[in-house]
Design a protein around this ligand. Structure first.
Ligand SMILES: Cc1cc2nc3c(=O)[nH]c(=O)nc-3n(C[C@H](O)[C@H](O)[C@H](O)COP(=O)(O)OP(=O)(O)OC[C@H]3O[C@@H](n4cnc5c(N)ncnc54)[C@H](O)[C@@H]3O)c2cc1C
Ligand code: SF4
Length: 416
C-alpha cells in the first residue's frame, strides 16, 4: 500500500463508536484511532498507536490472521467490504520503518526484578509491558529473541528484517540472557526474582505412533521448518513429499516443500475440509501452488527398509459422535488401504510442551500449563502465557497474554 492507497482505504472507515475491531484485536490496538490518523496524514502517530498496544507491531503487520480477528467484525462489511485493517496496520509500521524507528519514551524508575523465560511473542510482549511499569526485566532464552516467528514461520511469509525491527526495538527494554533453562536454573530464577513469567511455547512435535515412523526421511514439522529456514541451500527434499496434518503449520510445510523443489506434495488429513483448522487464505494459496489435499485419509504405516519409500493410508468416514474439539470423530474404513509413494514424510499433527523442569506446576487435561484469570500458575509468583497455556495460537494472542500477565504481575508485586 502506498500513501495514496492508504489514505483512500482509511477514508472508508466509519469510525464506529465502541469499534468492534478494537475489541476483536487481542492486543486491543485502537483501530479507529490509528486509521483516523492515517486519514489526517499523521502516519507516524498511527504507527505509534499500533506499537503502544502491540509489542510485535511489524511482525503482526505481516502475519496476523486478520480474517479471524479485527477485519472479521468490521462494520463496513455490511455496506460493501471490510476495511483492510492489517494492510493499514502494516502500512503505518512500514512507513515508520523507512523514516527510522522512534526512540521510546522515558520510563519510570525501576521498582523490582522480574524474570521472563522465553523470548517469543508472549515473553517479549510481557517484558515490554513490565519495562513500561518500571521493572528491571531479565529475559532468558536458549536462542535469539523471536520464538516461532524467528525459527519456524517461513521467510516467504515473514521476512527476517521485519522481525528484527521488533526485536531490536524491544531489546532496549530488558537484559537478554542466552541460557537453556533446566530444573536447577528455574529454581534459582524463581528465588532471585520478585516474579517469573514462563513463555516457552510448544517446542516438541507430536508423533504419529504408527509403525515405520523411525525410518530415515520421516521428519517432525518443526525440525523441517527450522532447518528449511536456517539453511535452505543445504536442504534436500525428495521429489515426492507427503505431509500428515490439517492445520496452518502443515500448510506452511507444504508450501516450503514446494519451494524446495518437491514435484509432488500431498497433504493427508483424516477429516473433511470443513473441519480443517486453517486460515482460508493459506489453504487457497497452497492449492494455487499445486499442493494436493486428500481428505478423509489416515496414515497407518510408514513403508520402507531403512528409508521411507511410501506411506500406507486408510480412508475414513466421519461418525456422528464428536470429540472434545467439537468435531466429528473419523472412523477408519476397513479394506480401503492404499500406499502413496514418498521420499519424505513430514509429520505436522501438533506440538506439546518441551520441558521436564516445570516440577509440580499444575497442567490442564490437555497438558498445557494451568493458570488462573491472572495468568498465575499453581506456583505463587510464577505466571505463564502464550502457547504454553493455551495450545497452538497466534502471535497476536501470545503478545496479548504477555501484556495482560504483565499487568497481573504488576498488581501482584505492588500488593507485596
Ligand atoms: C510453523 C508455524 C507458523 C505459524 N504461523 C503463524 C502466523 O502466520 N501467524 C500467527 O499469528 N501465528 C502463527 N503461528 C503461531 C505463533 O507463532 C505462536 O502462537 C507464537 O509464536 C507463540 O508464542 P510463544 O511466545 O507462546 O512461544 P514461542 O514462539 O514458541 O516462543 C517460545 C520461546 O521460548 C524459548 N524456550 C523454550 N524452552 C526454553 C528453555 N528451556 N530455556 C530457554 N528458552 C526456552 C524458545 O527458544 C522460544 O524462543 C505459527 C506457528 C508455527 C509453528
Ligand atoms: S494486530 Fe492483528 S488483530 Fe490487531 S489490529 Fe493488527 S491486524 Fe488487526
Amino acid at each position: 500500500m502506498n500513501v495514496q492507497q492508504a489514505r483512500i482505504e482509511s477514508e472508508r472507515c466509519l469510525q464506529c463508536f465502541d469499534a468492534p475491531c478494537t475489541a476483536a484485536c487481542p492486543t486491543h490496538i485502537d483501530v479507529t484511532k490509528f486509521i483516523g490518523m492515517i486519514r489526517s496524514g499523521n502516519i507516524l502517530g498511527a504507527a505509534e498507536v499500533v506499537k503502544t498496544s502491540n509489542a510485535l507491531a511489524n511482525t503482526c503487520g505481516s502475519v496476523c490472521p486478520q480474517e479471524i480477528f479485527c477485519q472479521s467484525v468490521c462494520t463496513r462489511a455490511q455496506q460493501d467490504s471490510p476495511i483492510q485493517i492489517r494492510e493499514l496496520h502494516r502500512f503505518a509500521t512500514q512507513y515508520e520503518r523507512e523514516r527510522g524507528y522512534s526512540i521510546p519514551k522515558v520510563f519510570p524508575k525501576k521498582v523490582g526484578k522480574v524474570a521472563v523465560i522465553g523470548a517469543g511473542p508472549s515473553g517479549l510482549g510481557c517484558a515490554y509491558e513490565l519495562a513500561k511499569f518500571g521493572y528491571d526485566v531479565y529475559v532468558y532464552d536458549s536462542g535469539r529473541p523471536g520464538g516461532v516467528p524467528r525459527n519456524s514461520i517461513p521467510s516467504f511469509r515473514l521476512a527476517d528484517d521485519e522481525l528484527d525491527l521488533d526485536t531490536k526495538f524491544l531489546s532496549q527494554f530488558f537484559a537478554l540472557k542466552r541460557q537453556t533453562i533446566d530444573a536447577k536454573s528455574f529454581k534459582n530464577i524463581v528465588q532471585s526474582h520478585g516474579a517469573t513469567f514462563v513463555a516457552i511455547g510448544l517446542g516438541l512435535d507430536r508423533s504419529l505412533g504408527i509403525p515405520g515412523e523411525n525410518l530415515k526421511g520421516v521428519v517432525p514439522v518443526l525440525t523441517f521448518l527450522e532447518k528449511a529456514k536456517a539453511k535452505p541451500r543445504s536442504m534436500k527434499i525428495g521429489k515426492k513429499v507427503v505431509i500428515v496434518g490439517g492445520g496452518n503449520v502443515s500448510l506452511d510445510a507444504a508450501a516450503t516443500a514446494k519451494r524446495l523443489g518437491a514435484e509432488s506434495v500431498i497433504l493427508i488429513y483424516r477429516r473433511s475440509e470443513k473441519e480443517m483448522r486453517v486460515w482460508k487464505s493459506e489453504l487457497e494459496e497452497a492449492r494455487a501452488q499445486g499442493v494436493e489435499i486428500r481428505f478423509l485419509t489416515n496414515p497407518v504405516k510408514v513403508v520402507g527398509k531403512s528409508r521411507v519409500t511410501g506411506i500406507k493410508c486408510r480412508n475414513t468416514r466421519l461418525s456422528k459422535k464428536k470429540d472434545k474439539t467439537g468435531r466429528p470423530i473419523p472412523v477408519e474404513v476397513q479394506g480401503s488401504d492404499f500406499v502413496l509413494e514418498a521420499n519424505a514424510v513430514i509429520v505436522a499433527i501438533g506440538q506439546k510442551i518441551k520441558a521436564d523442569w516445570l516440577g509440580g506446576i499444575k497442567r490442564t487435561s490437555a497438558g498445557y500449563i494451568k493458570v488462573d484469570d491472572d495468568f498465575q500458575t499453581s506456583l505463587p509468583g510464577v505466571f505463564a502465557g502464550g502457547d504454553v497455556i493455551a495450545g497452538e495460537g497466534t502471535v497476536v494472542q501470545s503478545v496479548a497474554h504477555g501484556k495482560h500477565a504483565a499487568q497481573a504481575i504488576h498488581e501482584f508485586l505492588s500488593a507485596k
